[in-house]
Design a protein around this ligand. Structure first.
Ligand SMILES: CSC[C@H]1O[C@H](OP(=O)(O)O)[C@H](O)[C@@H]1O
Length: 352
């Protein structure tokens, strides 16, 4: 076992590219069968890309929104930041409305507002520097989280992950998938199991693709096989990401996470949430206050454009759920590990 991570091998995918004039997004609707970037020339194109899941994943949508603000600045005339802020606010509201659950979107926009409000005549350059800083800090946070989370994993076990929390969902390396990459690199993880993650198949399409780029061979399972896998004793940890972690540790994440946590506790499997501090929302007291995004029921009727459901059927498509903090064994951020998270532990770690 070693404690080094070869980032040249494990951190090569970049879903978001800033050209200086436009934002290029790796189109995650088309992976793994096509690797294509789309170019966003204005902030509304970025908002549309976030809503359409062209770019997705809590940290990644925050980063994309920050660059969306930079694109919006191209259309604004102002001599200082405060004047620009008033004029750019409508575009920021449209970016914020793109998706409701991941706090990173609002967090990134609030950060852009803070620097713009006090900027001078160079306010456009200030915005661009802040967007780049948000991306750079996310990458550094993911690499630190990887090491902190991997250190919790006893060597020799398998791990199960859900959805996609890798480079595609962040500035690079990933959150939960970063922990898994680090655990594999250090020889701690014997086998990675990936849940397909219906209906959008982030696991089957994105996580499997990412791991294959690293030379890691995951085993794909149906979402409905997760409890049965845990019963076999082959998995020591369930490791997932987050879209919003509340002041008491309740965590919103991809739909299906909650039932994984229930099954994990029943089978004595440990449950880890890995997310940067930009996903922590100390303003929201508990998980019942989180707005859960519901998407087009049509996402349940077909896969890859091929219908899989009988005709004339209704559907309900919430795309997140909330795992109560009592079912979480560890929350890992770049600031450290919170074991058995609750309101007191979160306050000690994040203030508020
Ligand atoms: C590090 S990504 C966090 C989070 O975002 C994903 O949701 P979506 O694919 O709908 O953007 C999923 O919940 C991940 O765990």
């Amino acid at each position: 076992m070693n404690d080094t991570i070869d980032f040249d091998r494990y951190d090569r995918i970049r879903p978001i590219r800033w050209t200086g004039q436009a934002l290029e997004l790796l189109d995650q609707r088309k992976l793994p069968f096509a690797v294509e970037y789309v170019s966003c020339e204005d902030s509304d194109a970025v908002a549309a890309a976030i809503h359409a899941l062209t770019v997705r994943g809590a940290p990644a949508i925050g980063i994309a929104a920050a660059w969306g603000v930079v694109l919006a600045a191209k259309t604004i005339e102002a001599d200082d930041g405060a004047t620009a802020l008033a004029r750019i606010e409508p575009a920021m509201q449209r970016l914020n409305a793109a998706r409701p659950t991941a706090v990173n979107l609002a967090w990134a926009l609030a950060r852009m507002r803070r620097v713009l409000a006090v900027a001078g005549a160079d306010w456009r350059e200030v915005l661009a520097r802040e967007a780049q800083a948000i991306a750079d800090e996310d990458l550094a946070a993911n690499r630190r989280m990887g090491a902190l989370g991997a250190a919790l994993i006893e060597p020799g076990n398998g791990v199960l992950t859900h959805c996609n929390t890798g480079s595609l969902a962040t500035a690079g390396f990933g959150t939960a998938l970063g922990v898994i990459r680090a655990g594999v690199a250090q020889g701690r993880i014997a086998q990675v199991y990936a849940g397909e993650t219906r209906p959008w198949l982030q696991g089957a399409r994105l996580t499997v693709w990412e791991l294959e780029q690293d030379g890691i061979a995951p085993i794909l399972i149906a979402d409905s096989a997760a409890s049965h896998l845990m019963k076999t004793g082959k998995v020591g940890w369930v490791i997932v990401g987050a879209d919003r972690i509340c002041a008491n540790g309740d965590t919103a994440n991809k739909i299906g996470t909650y039932q994984l946590a229930i099954a994990a506790r029943h089978h004595g499997v440990k449950f880890m949430v890995a997310a940067p501090s930009s996903t922590v929302d100390m303003e929201t007291a508990s998980g019942d206050l989180i707005e859960i995004e519901e998407r087009d029921p049509g996402e349940l009727f077909a896969v890859g454009g091929n219908r899989t459901a009988a005709e004339r059927v209704g559907a309900w498509n919430p795309v997140f759920d909330v795992t109560p903090h009592e079912l979480i064994d560890a929350i890992v951020t770049e600031r450290g590990v919170i074991e058995r998270p609750d309101a007191a532990a979160m306050k000690a770690a994040f203030g508020g």
